[in-house]
Design a protein around this ligand. Structure first.
Ligand SMILES: Cc1cc2nc3c(=O)[nH]c(=O)nc-3n(C[C@H](O)[C@H](O)[C@H](O)COP(=O)(O)OP(=O)(O)OC[C@H]3O[C@@H](n4cnc5c(N)ncnc54)[C@H](O)[C@@H]3O)c2cc1C
Length: 416
């Protein structure tokens, strides 16, 4: 059952607008409500929604929970008059966000750490269980217990501004369009679309001539698929070294990175995490792209990686210059045969659907103030930049709900 925080143990609803209390929202309705919803086909009937959350991973669920806690209700719940409404649109076929797609060998014992969502702890799980089973199961229970109005599959293709009838009308909503062409109007959008759907593939000359298999981390299933082969693993991030270590148990490998990897042998303390987040936060406040996680954390030597190092697997070569039909070739003339090239080259924020809003500035990134997009206060980005971790996503969800409420509070009250 959902654990309602002590201050909210009494079952009561907020009748006014929750105060801005620095994140400690007053008790709203955290009592689960029916979330059967209208089904995707009924979305057309919901009218203008106060907040549309796009994405139901850790960030979207946290934002949704905090909206609910502030008294937001699903548009299809009975007696919504005078209450703020919200809906969560998720592109997946079921709960779990990107965790649905993690490779099977990424077990609960080998993930960095999946933090509890607000109000309901991750149950004790078998450390050997694949994270792609355990985390979606947790999210499914969470959606159900918290009564979150998640509609799926509902993939957003476009968010656009609606031309206001009165040009001074700052309250005009945004139009949210789904893959199948259906639209709904949103006073605010909390974007929580993660990165998994936007794998980054760099281009190297000759790439199209390669006769072996090329895949991205997002396509990786299991090391056994490469048994007896030679695999070139590209990338200097955490996923790259984890996959390199496990593939090297069944195949021969070559590891290439653009930059010399930065290993850290010390403990990754809370302070180190805090400092890493602060660096990314600084970048997005300045309107720069957030950059990779590893660029601020460094690579932590886990026992599995120490073992790989002892086997001589973590010997890094610089990037090759080109790809040949049979492998890869460096500028000095050396070549390496390869049966497969694994591009563990990371992901980018999945924000293509926000392109019509032209949020990117001259720095190439989106200038942020906390979770709020500076150029478009109707849009919050959660799970983006400094909040791209399960713990960061939790906090960002809370902050975004507060910003949404603040924005709605400031809207002119329509004349009756
Ligand atoms: C391999 C790997 C391992 C990781 N391990 C950890 C870890 O151990 N601990 C940790 O804290 N972090 C980890 N992370 C980072 C992790 O991804 C985040 O912490 C967190 O789970 C991401 O949550 P999210 O809600 O931002 O995104 P996601 O979980 O990706 O959820 C986004 C949701 O939005 C949906 N979506 C995307 N686009 C649209 C659209 N246009 N319309 C509608 N829906 C859309 C997606 O389908 C998905 O359901 C890892 C990342 C990777 C790549």
């Amino acid at each position: 059952m959902l654990d309602v925080e002590p201050a909210c143990s009494a079952r009561h609803r907020v009748t006014g607008r929750p105060d801005d209390d620095g994140g400690r929202a007053r008790c709203a309705d955290v009592i689960p409500s029916p979330t059967t919803g209208p089904g995707p086909s009924g979305l057309d009937a919901v009218g203008t929604v106060d907040a549309v959350v796009v994405g139901a991973g850790q960030a979207g669920l946290s934002a949704a929970w905090h909206l609910r806690r502030r008294g937001f209700v699903a548009p299809w719940e009975p007696a919504t008059a005078g209450r703020r409404t919200f809906v969560v649109l998720d592109g997946e076929d079921g709960p779990g966000g990107a965790w649905r797609h993690r490779w099977k060998s990424l077990r609960m014992a080998t993930v960095n750490k999946v933090h509890d969502l607000p109000g309901m702890a991750l149950p004790t799980v078998d450390p050997a269980e694949p994270s792609r089973d355990a985390v979606p199961r947790y999210y499914a229970a969470y959606e159900r217990e918290a009564g979150l109005p998640v509609v799926r599959p509902a993939r957003v293709t476009r968010v656009t501004r609606v031309e206001p009838v009165d040009p001074d009308d700052g309250a005009a909503p945004l139009r949210v369009t789904l893959t199948d062409g259906r639209t709904l109007l949103a006073r605010t959008v909390v974007n929580a679309t993660g990165t998994w759907t936007k794998p980054f593939w760099p281009y190297y000359p000759g790439q199209e001539t390669f006769r072996g298999r090329q895949l991205h981390t997002a396509d990786y299933v299991r090391a056994e698929d490469f048994a007896g082969q030679h695999v070139v693993v590209v990338g200097g991030g955490i996923s790259a070294v984890q996959l390199l270590a496990e593939i090297s148990e069944v195949a021969s490998t070559t590891w290439v990175t653009r930059r010399e990897p930065v290993w850290r042998d010390d403990e990754f303390t809370q302070q180190a995490g805090h400092d890493a987040v602060a660096l990314v936060d600084e970048r997005v406040r300045a309107g720069l792209p957030p950059g990779s996680v590893v660029s601020v954390t460094g690579l932590i030597l886990t026992p599995a990686l120490r073992d790989a190092a002892a086997r001589g697997v973590l010997v890094r070569r610089p990037m090759f210059e080109r790809i040949t039909p049979d492998g890869v070739a460096w500028a000095d003339g050396t070549e390496q045969h390869a049966d497969a090239i694994l591009w563990a080259t990371g992901f980018r924020a999945a924000l293509d659907h926000l392109a019509p809003l032209h949020l990117r500035g001259p720095g190439g990134g989106i200038m942020m103030d906390g979770t709020r997009v500076v150029a478009e206060p109707r849009v919050q980005l959660v799970g983006y930049g400094p909040s791209a971790s399960t713990i960061g996503a939790n906090r960002a969800g809370r902050d975004a709900a507060r910003e949404v409420a603040r924005y709605l509070d400031a809207l002119p009250i329509p004349a009756t």
